[in-house]
Design a protein around this ligand. Structure first.
Ligand code: G4P
Length: 543
């Protein structure tokens, strides 16, 4: 290894790029803020929160514009902690939950799953978890809000196993979960860490008071009730619990489990340290040319998210790339795989809070924003050496559907162009009803807000007013058969009024249903077919 490569190897080894997955309100924003606090990136926690408070304002057009602005500016937060370089990727939640939320997970090397201790595993977490599963990335679980009444911790572990199919290995264990939180027993450091509620909502770092379990003075601060319960819990964990297995953690079969309170900083720093120790540095990525080693291969990256600015005055689009190998240097020339053209990477930006910073150098694991004149598509690869084609970004299950047409049929051309553009950006999924021309499309989206975005962008960028008829369908199922010659043609299946029959962009037959139940009903009435979600379909196609 020459000096240059040694430097790249060292930089890659100290990087941790991850996303936080959670259901709204579990505490993702609070946790992000606290990680920045411990990383010294902010001094008094509260900056991230301030922006989020804005986000809860009423949802009008300005608001959407603002939300897009916020998503852009906080797409990645980078900070240093104990000589490690940490990238937190933003996974938009709340109203702006969209395919981007899922796609971000394709750019992360691991995920932190935040769970509200009182609520347990919730719907949005399940959806995001499934994407992590598909990618086999490690998942670290933080059960939050332990300062309040929470579910029984054994029940929470059980829930993780039953609902998500992941085995939890507790690294610490809560003492008092009925709203009488006393602190935790840290199983790794073998000590009791006591919780003291403070008035400043965790605006500054804390040091917990710690005791060995056999310290005779412990009983002065923790009553025998808690001590006995703790000893019984720990015994049960030792007997029935799994030992941490680094291999199983890396493939996402086991999840290291932490209890704490992000708001009061309790358990945050221990979590951060353990996370850094166990989470992987950027590893080899799959490509059409074989695995791409992050150190041995010269610069390469892929586009995982494209964001067009809502501001009609500047049509700027930003393509977000994740570096998969090597070192980025300002003004370097790279090969764009899809066009076969050489492009110069000038003016790449990194985003920290609201400031866009021009980046001089970056390494595998880092995320950069690239001003896009309209040439990049999702999944495109860039490489400084030979051509590389990284594996395509999966398509994610849409959950809202509408029949969309232009209000004035003369605008048909612009309408089609606009729809094509948005489909290319991955903002919408386009289907067609068989035997209906290209004047009407069925559009599927992950988050409902995307219909507003669609309407707004077609009006502003293509001068087309839309007619949007929302449909009751909630899931799309692809029709598959064992024997391709038996593939039914549109109109041949017995579906009654339980489904809407459409074709996807590759002319595959898709049925849109209102419920899982309706989908099973159609499967039963049509022997020989199997209805698959897009994720199952992609999994089935994997070698
Ligand atoms: P999100 O990004 O996942 O949606 O969650 P966020 O961090 O905004 O947290 C949601 C609410 O939960 C916030 O309260 C936040 O203060 C609170 N919270 C976060 N972590 C903890 C914790 O460890 N303990 C307790 N008790 N509460 C926690 P809010 O009232 O909605 O907002 P705010 O008035 O505090 O800003």
């Amino acid at each position: 290894m020459d000096k240059k490569q040694e430097k790249i190897a060292a930089e890659v080894a100290r990087r941790r790029s991850f996303a936080i997955i959670s259901h709204p309100d579990a505490g993702k924003t609070t946790m992000t803020e606290k990680l920045l606090l411990y990383g010294g990136a902010i001094h008094l926690a509260g900056t991230v929160k301030g922006r989020k408070a804005d986000r809860h304002a009423t949802s009008d057009w300005m608001e959407i514009e603002k939300q897009r602005g916020i998503s852009v500016s906080s797409s990645v937060l980078q900070f240093e902690y104990e000589n490690m370089c940490i990238n937190i990727l933003d996974t938009p939640g709340h109203q702006d939950f969209s395919e981007d939320t899922y796609r971000t997970l394709c750019a992360a090397d691991s995920a932190v799953m935040m769970i509200d201790g009182a609520r347990g595993v919730q719907e949005q977490t399940i959806k995001l978890f499934k994407v992590c599963r598909l990618r086999h990335i490690p998942i670290f679980t933080f059960i939050n809000k332990m300062d309040r009444a929470a579910k029984n911790p054994f029940d929470l572990m059980d829930e993780l196993e039953k609902v998500l199919g992941i085995f939890a290995v507790p690294y610490n264990w809560p003492i008092g979960t009925d709203g009488d939180f006393q602190g935790v027993y840290n199983r790794r450091l073998k000590r009791v860490e006591l919780f003291h509620e403070r008035g400043d909502h965790g605006a500054s770092k804390i040091e917990a008071s710690v005791f060995k379990l056999d310290d005779p003075t412990l009983k002065n601060v923790l009553s025998s009730y808690y001590l006995e319960k703790l000893n019984a819990d720990l015994e049960l964990l030792d007997l029935a619990g799994d030992e941490p297995d680094p291999q199983k953690i890396l493939t996402g079969e086991q999840t290291p489990l932490f209890f704490g309170s992000a708001l009061s900083n309790f358990g945050v720093e221990f979590f951060l340290r353990e996370f850094i120790r166990m989470a992987p540095a950027p590893g080899a990525r799959i490509s059409g040319q074989g695995p791409i080693d992050p150190v041995a291969t010269p610069f390469s990256a892929f586009v995982f998210k494209i964001q067009a600015n809502m501001n009609p005055d500047h049509h700027d689009r930003i393509a977000f790339i994740r570096i998969n190998s090597g070192r980025f240097e300002k003004d370097m020339e790279v090969l764009h795989n899809r066009s076969g053209r050489k492009v110069k990477l000038a003016q790449l930006t990194q985003f920290m809070a609201n400031d866009r910073e021009i980046v001089e150098e970056a390494y595998a694991g880092d995320i950069l924003g690239l001003f896009d004149p309209g040439m990049y598509h999702l999944g495109d690869s860039l490489s400084a050496g030979k051509r590389i084609d990284f594996e395509p970004i999966p398509v994610f299950p849409p959950e809202h559907f509408a029949r969309v047409s232009a209000r004035i049929s003369m605008k048909r051309k612009q309408f089609q162009k606009g729809i094509e553009q948005l489909a290319e950006e991955g903002a919408i999924q386009v289907y067609q009803e068989p035997s209906i021309g290209t004047e009407t499309y069925i559009i599927g989206v992950v988050g409902e807000l995307q219909f507003d975005v669609l309407e707004f962008r077609l009006k502003n960028e293509y001068k087309v007013d839309l007619h949007i008829q929302h449909l009751p369908s909630r899931l799309a199922r692809w029709v598959t058969v064992e024997d391709q010659t038996k593939m039914p043609q549109p109109g041949e299946l017995k579906i009654g009024s339980s489904a809407l029959e459409v074709l996807d962009k590759d002319d595959r037959l898709v049925l849109l249903f209102e419920s899982e139940w309706a989908s099973s009903w159609v499967e039963e009435r049509n022997p020989g077919i199997k209805l698959l979600s897009i994720q199952d379909l992609e999994e089935a196609a994997q070698p």
